[in-house]
Design a protein around this ligand. Structure first.
Ligand code: NI
Length: 158
């Protein structure tokens, strides 16, 4: 599931709203700042993001059928993922990203993110395209992380 592309949402039904509520709960429980539907086993193009991880009102963003409109600049920061627990790595990302799509109610929305929000948007869009942050790493760091994950999963700890 985590390595396949997700399909667009064709209609925003009560089931879609339940899925979104479930994703928000899962993200806050972790706690995390972003979650894609593919991470809860649903291959649909939806992600939620909240840089405050639920600590500040009004920061929750829901994107249905998101598309990357513009990217600009670069940033190098440590990044982690709820689907790769216990691992972080320095990932190169654009420093600004504009995403358009639909909000929870199906109304068009366009949001510009810089810094952490830009990183979060691109991380979640990657999930919807079946890519994890470790797939964006190269060389030794990637080998080391993948080796550790393989070891842990063999021993049933991952
Ligand atoms: Ni992730």
């Amino acid at each position: 599931m985590l390595h396949g592309p997700a399909a667009p949402v064709s209609e925003i039904t009560p089931d879609i709203h339940r899925l979104i509520d479930d994703m928000v709960q899962t993200m806050y429980a972790a706690p995390g700042i972003g979650l894609a539907a593919t991470q809860v086993g649903v291959p649909l193009r939806i992600f939620v993001a909240d840089l405050s991880a639920g600590n500040r009102a009004g920061e929750l963003i829901t994107f249905i059928n998101p598309e990357l409109l513009e990217i600009e600049g670069t940033q190098h920061e440590d990044e982690g993922c709820l689907s790769v627990p216990g691992f972080t790595a320095n990932v190169l990302r654009p420093s600004r990203a504009v995403v358009k799509g639909l909000d929870r109610n199906g109304d068009p929305q366009q949001i510009e993110g810089t810094g952490l929000l830009a990183r979060c948007f691109q991380h979640e869009l990657d999930h919807l395209d079946g890519r994890l942050f470790v797939d964006r790493l190269r060389g030794l760091t990637k080998d080391q992380i993948l080796r550790k994950i393989r070891k842990l999963s063999k021993s049933g700890k991952w």
